[in-house]
Design a protein around this ligand. Structure first.
Ligand code: SIN
Length: 293
């Protein structure tokens, strides 16, 4: 098994396809370690021709950390960690149709997301990924230094409020509205990856409200600049799905964007979202506190 794992990069900034592995099997620790290494190195990894039941997807995900239960999106009956991401032919809005980093609106954001394609449209429905490590690397030394002194406030309020993008009507999913206060959490604008030591920008248009300690109006110019910079085509890769494809991305260094270009067709995916192991979350919190001091 170990010898048959092959890793092929798909773009300059990020992304690699891994072949020679059946994710539905109970994989040896060595293979899991190699997948994890590939994930943090390439930031998003892709697998083809997998057959994952919800239980097998949960079992695979749990090898990387505890699984998150989404606070607003109803999980599968009996398998609450599995989110069904469905766009029905009559739906106008898709889930994840804007640049974002999953769960940055939580106190302890998810480290990774594993998305499995159950049913894909005949054309369209690709997912774009953008390396926030490449986006950080491309900044000037002066701006890097400034950004490293800043933290930003993240919240689900904009996306999951009654007027938010995610709350718009979809036939295929149950997305709850955030009623009332959903919390605001502060994360560093520049995140040092706990496993690679590589730095990445950690702000995103969906969930970052403002720079901590700044007014929203003051933050806007800087955040608009960063959001525009971070989606530069040279930092991206694009994945075209087939049934049985899997994408596994590192939310600490990657944005993603689900394209909504397949009107009248159905797309059905299943996602599990990996939280950090408690010790890792503790380390990350300590690093955040140290950065804020
Ligand atoms: C997501 O944002 O997790 C959904 C991505 C996709 O459906 O391609």
């Amino acid at each position: 098994m170990a010898q048959s794992l092959r890793i092929r990069r798909v773009a300059g900034a990020l992304g690699a396809e891994i072949s020679g592995v059946d994710l539905a099997q109970e994989l040896p620790d060595e293979i899991i370690a190699r997948i994890r290494h590939a994930l943090v190195e390439h930031q998003v990894v892709f697998f083809r021709d997998q057959e994952l039941t919800p239980a097998a997807q949960v079992a695979f995900g749990r090898r990387f950390g505890p699984l998150n239960i989404h606070p607003f999106v109803q999980g599968m009956a009996g398998q609450p960690e599995v989110m069904e991401i469905v766009k029905e032919p009559q739906d106008k809005v898709n889930f994840g149709g804007g640049w974002h980093s999953d769960m940055s609106f939580l106190e302890t954001p998810a480290i990774g997301s594993i998305l499995y394609a159950v049913e894909v449209p005949e054309f369209g429905g690709d997912t774009l990924f953008a390396s926030q490590a490449a986006a950080y690397d491309a900044l000037s030394p002066g701006l890097k230094t400034t950004l490293e002194t800043l933290s930003a406030v993240h919240s689900a309020s904009r996306e999951y409020s009654a007027k938010g993008h995610s709350a718009q009507k979809r036939a295929g999913m149950q997305v709850a509205e955030a009623d009332g206060y959903v919390g605001e959490y502060v994360h560093p604008v520049v995140l040092t990856h706990p496993e690679t030591g590589r730095k990445a920008l950690y702000v995103n248009p969906a969930f970052t409200l403002r720079i901590d300690g700044w007014k929203t109006s003051e933050s806007k110019a800087l955040l608009d600049y960063l959001f525009n910079h971070c989606r530069y085509e040279g930092f991206t890769c694009r994945f075209t799905w087939a049934e049985g494809s899997v994408a596994f991305w590192d939310n600490r260094s990657v944005w993603h964007f689900a394209l909504n270009d397949y009107p009248g067709q159905r797309r059905h995916m299943r996602r599990v979202t990996v939280d950090p192991w408690p010790a890792m979350a503790e380390q990350a919190r300590e690093a955040e506190l140290a950065a804020a001091r």
